[in-house]
Design a protein around this ligand. Structure first.
Ligand code: G3P
Ligand code: MG
Length: 247
């Protein structure tokens, strides 16, 4: 069995408030190999990290991120809704995250959240920031919007891209080649179908599966030979990998 990348989904979001600097710090403290995060754009075009297009679920704000300036968003609490003890966590900017990650020797997976809202120039803005922090060799962009992934490659062919999807695609390795992507990022459950992973393995296209939180599924994905596992509980995955001598 080969080494599997242990990627913390939205930081260590199983325990800490998702997509906050606290969750990113804790992910690195407990030795993940990578961190996944989600990027949206504010009204004044600042890339910020939040899973939802709206503020209501994870912060003390209401409405769409795109309707607020960063200055307005910076006053919101992004921790208290998870638990009072996480009061005063803020919505991070992509810059804060990259500045933190740049010397940590980790892979970063930045998911462009542009399937619901077509943020203008999101791809250019994110790629510009990746170079600013010299993270181009340790970064993979992903999106459910595959047009956006093609756009990233047109902007800069060296930037790595991964295609997010949740359907049982026929010959996903052919689709990845067609789109010009470097990796596939499927919902893990699609890999239980037939022998879907065979073609991608033969072609050497890495598969990073999301979001694998149960031990039995982690073990199945390791046995299938995926490249990386995106999980809310990278601590649990770390234990499993060390038992299997795949640290
Ligand atoms: O990038 C993997 C995963 O985060 C995709 O789904 O909805 O959790 O952003 P979601
Ligand atoms: Mg995501």
């Amino acid at each position: 069995m080969k080494k599997v990348l242990n990627i913390a989904h939205r930081g260590f979001s199983g325990i800490y408030p998702e997509n906050t600097m606290l969750a990113f710090r804790k992910a690195v403290e407990i030795q993940c190999d990578g961190v996944e995060t989600d990027v949206q754009l504010t009204k004044d075009c600042i890339p910020v990290l939040c899973h939802d297009e709206t503020l209501d679920r994870t912060t003390t704000g209401k409405g769409f991120i795109k309707d607020y300036t960063y200055k307005e968003l910076s006053k919101l609490d992004a921790g208290i809704k998870r638990d009072r003890k996480f009061k005063s966590c803020r919505i991070p900017t992509l810059d804060e995250f990259l500045d933190f990650a740049k010397d940590k020797n980790i892979l970063i997976n930045i998911e462009l959240k542009n399937s619901i809202i077509q943020y203008p120039s999101l791809e250019e803005i994110v790629i510009d920031r990746i170079y600013k922090y010299k993270m181009e060799n340790n970064c993979i962009l992903s999106s459910f919007n595959h047009y956006s992934m093609v756009r990233c490659k047109k902007i800069d062919n060296r930037i790595k891209t991964g295609l997010l999807y949740s359907e049982i695609l026929y010959r996903p390795e052919k689709y990845a080649e067609y789109v010009g992507a470097d990796a596939l990022h499927p919902d893990f459950s699609t890999l239980y179908h037939d022998n879907i992973i065979k073609g991608t393995t033969e072609k050497g296209i890495p598969i990073n599966v999301y979001t694998v939180n149960e031990e039995k599924d982690m073990i199945s994905m390791i046995n299938l030979g995926v490249n990386g596992i995106i999980t809310n509980y990278h601590d649990k995955l770390k234990r499993i990998l060390s038992i299997l001598h795949l640290p």
